[in-house]
Ligand binder design. Structure first.
Ligand SMILES: C[S@@+](CC[C@H](N)C(=O)[O-])C[C@H]1O[C@@H](n2cnc3c(N)ncnc32)[C@H](O)[C@@H]1O
Length: 240
């Protein structure tokens, strides 16, 4: 896959991506709530909320019990659900601003928050029954995909389970003033409400191709779509 910028710009884009989420922390939830630039009209919004409700049911069915690791936990839109299932919950994110919002939203002193760059992060080996990441895999560049899944594998106990949720490719998901990356590119420009611009990685996965890529890396997975807006998948190591 070609980069929107050159491969050499990779580290720059990843640091801009971190800066973007730090700067966006206070307005992040507008995307989830379809407010402001994310309001795509009554029909699109109704469909969005029907599909977010589907995702919440997916998480309930997955039932992330035991010791749970949430990667890129953000403002806590998923942490608030994980905390109801998990015996212990560790949330990792690079942005202190989103972790502060998460802490306040979830309000559970037992949740452990780690401020860390996931491309440098070494989890406690074999410590977790489940690992969950929502809207994170799409921000992992293609050349770091395998290393990221090795990190996930290292974190899990034998038989440990993964749940991931992410964006499907549709113009109606992002803000009205954003353009999705071309099919052969993996970076896009994101804008904040005040007009500041950032380059970030954004990849979209076809469920079958993603499952095949995970099989290559030794994961058994099942990846589905909610219809228009989202994909979701579960994975366990195939033990090859
Ligand atoms: C699209 S948000 C997803 C947040 C949350 N999981 C959700 O579904 O709302 C991506 C998150 O990744 C975090 N992030 C970006 N780069 C990171 C990095 N290198 N290491 C750790 N977290 C990072 C951001 O701070 C942000 O909270």
């Amino acid at each position: 896959m070609r980069y929107g910028h050159s491969t050499l710009a990779d580290d720059t884009v990843l640091s801009e991506q971190r800066e973007y989420y730090r700067a966006r922390a206070g307005e992040y939830d507008k995307w989830w709530l379809r407010e402001g630039r994310f309001d795509r009209g009554a029909e699109a919004n109704a469909r969005w909320f029907a599909e977010t409700a589907q995702l919440e049911r997916v998480l309930e069915r997955f039932a992330p019990t035991g010791n749970v690791l949430e990667l890129a936990g953000g403002t806590g839109l998923w942490t608030r659900h994980l905390v109801r299932h998990a015996a212990s919950l560790t949330v990792v994110d690079a942005a202190p601003e989103v972790l502060a919002i998460n802490r306040e939203r979830v309000g559970d002193p037992a949740v452990r928050y780690l401020e860390a760059d996931l491309f440098e992060f070494t989890p406690e080996r074999g410590a977790y029954d489940a690992c969950v990441f929502a809207f994170w895999l799409s921000h992992v560049p293609a050349d770091r995909f395998a290393a990221f899944w090795r990190t996930v594998g290292a974190a899990l106990k034998p038989g440990g389970r993964v749940l991931f949720i992410d964006s499907a490719r549709t113009e109606r998901s992002t803000a009205a003033d954003h353009r999705l990356p071309a099919a052969d590119e993996q970076t896009m420009t994101r804008r904040l409400d005040d007009g500041r611009e950032f380059q970030i990685v954004k990849r979209f996965f076809d469920p079958r191709q993603l499952s095949a890529a995970l099989a290559e890396l030794g994961w058994e997975s099942r990846v589905d779509t909610t219809g228009e807006f989202f994909i979701h998948g579960t994975a366990t190591r195939s033990g090859r």
